[in-house]
Design a protein around this ligand. Structure first.
Ligand code: BJ8
Length: 431
């Protein structure tokens, strides 16, 4: 698709049927197309197989929604989530669709601020605002949403979101002791029961085994993509890799894994031929911290506009989502739920205390990705990541790793200041 021909395609009739604010949403659609053209399609030397992901963006408000509605028509559930702790394998086992609803756009924040306090995390405000303003076809399509008790902003917002869409909450433990695992297993069992109740079905161990394989395959494909980014020159830009990680939260999982693997085949050839998305001497940056929900491309765009390349995202829209797999050899439901619970307990979110595994994981990914510096990214008012940042900084100081910490929101107001700081950081790496 040529850059000039690219647009995020409009589906006004379907949006009207979904009770959306169509006039307002159509302006957002056009703006997204423009931003995408400028940030993504202007990149030189992109892998040819990015075409599939470009099309996923073109169809983000249309084709994929139609697929989800078709699943719903068959009586299967479409479940919205906001956290990688919600076990999507169980939704897939019930024949349903799990879709990530985290907000990454400034456009919906004013809708949220009519109700929620201004001084809370922009991701929570953006997500709530999408529903309150009726400006997200995904939110309008879900049967129900599942929140969690990770941070305070989220868990209190669910009480208000429940007035707009049926909202259930999983209790995520805050520590990783034996009793916390017991609690989490019970929560997983309850989640399964809720999904079964809503879609009037019983999930068999065969269903769950199939779903575990499907989601493992998706995670394996993303692991493969991450490994390939360690090559020098990096065969794909950080922006494109982040986009793929974001699309993982709304695409159909079997097709997605297949397309990521096709892209990886091409990237292997590029690595063998020494073809990079940027020159081999471009500074290599690893980003670590809070998730960047679509269309939050701010930091990657600033880093790569300064002729550097992002080679890893230690984040829930990144490696935290796919680094761990579920054992596939369990035959009974009890054994399957046990290994599923164990896999999810490994997620090293800063909402846990203590959470030193995350510090070790950051250093491991830094080495594996052959990065030359770590940029810690935290959304404004995210206390757990902002405070845990101190330990990340100390670890980087100890290891002599060039380090920059930034805290930002979705508004463009701090772009100039961030650009200056990022350029100084890259100068430090260039030496
Ligand atoms: S497992 S990182 S996806 S909670 S950035 S809303 S924590 S104030 S997103 Fe997350 Fe699950 Fe943890 Fe991952 Fe709150 Fe912080 Fe906002 Fe956050």
């Amino acid at each position: 698709m040529s850059s000039a021909a690219f647009e995020v395609r409009p589906y006004p009739e379907m949006w009207a049927e979904l009770d959306m604010d169509v006039g307002r949403f159509d302006k957002a659609r056009q703006m997204l197309g423009e931003v995408y053209r400028k940030m993504f399609l202007s990149q030189k030397n992109r892998p040819a197989n990015m075409a599939y992901f470009d099309n996923m963006v073109a169809e983000i408000f249309g084709g994929r929604i139609k697929e989800m509605l078709a699943v719903k028509k068959k009586g299967k559930p479409v479940v919205g989530t906001f956290c990688v702790y919600i076990p999507e394998e169980i939704v897939v086992a019930a024949g349903g669709v799990c879709v990530g609803l985290c907000g990454g756009s400034q456009g919906s924040v004013p809708d949220a601020e009519k109700v929620l306090p201004r001084n809370i995390c922009p991701m929570v405000k953006s997500a709530y605002g999408f529903k309150a303003g009726r400006i997200c076809p995904y939110f309008q399509s879900v049967d129900f949403v599942y929140g969690e008790t990770t941070c305070d902003a989220k868990k209190k917002t669910w009480e208000l979101l429940d007035r707009l869409v049926p909202t259930y909450v999983m209790e995520i433990p805050q520590m990783k002791k034996k009793r916390d695992r017991t609690l989490w297993l019970e929560e997983v069992q309850e989640f399964k029961a809720k999904v079964e109740e809503v879609c009037k079905t019983t999930i068999s161990s065969e269903d769950l085994a199939g779903a575990i394989r499907v989601i493992n395959d998706k995670r394996r494909a993303l692991q493969r993509l991450t490994r390939l980014r360690a090559a020098s020159p990096a065969p794909i830009s950080g922006k494109d890799a982040l986009l793929i990680e974001q699309i993982a939260f709304y695409d159909e999982p079997v097709r997605f894994a297949e397309k990521v693997n096709t892209l990886c085949d091409e990237l292997e050839q590029r690595v063998a031929a020494g073809i990079g998305a940027t020159p081999a001497d471009a500074p290599r940056v690893m980003v670590s911290g809070t998730p960047m929900a679509l269309p939050n491309w701010k930091v990657h765009n600033l880093v790569e506009s300064a002729r550097a390349v992002v080679v890893n995202e230690e984040s829930c829209i990144g490696t935290r989502y796919f680094k761990d797999l579920i054992a596939e050899d369990k035959k009974t439901m009890d054994d399957q739920l046990a290994v599923l619970t164990d896999r999810y307990m490994q997620i090293d979110c800063s909402c846990f205390t203590p959470n030193d595994e995350r510090i070790d994981q950051i250093l491991k990914e830094y080495r594996e990705s052959k990065a030359q510096g770590i940029l810690h990214y935290s959304l404004q008012f995210c206390h757990t990541y902002n405070i845990e940042e101190i330990k990340v900084r100390e670890a980087c100081e100890k290891e002599g790793i060039p380090y920059l910490s930034i805290e930002s929101d979705y508004s463009p107001e701090d772009v100039g200041q961030l650009q200056t700081r990022i350029e100084a950081f890259l100068e430090q790496i260039r030496g």
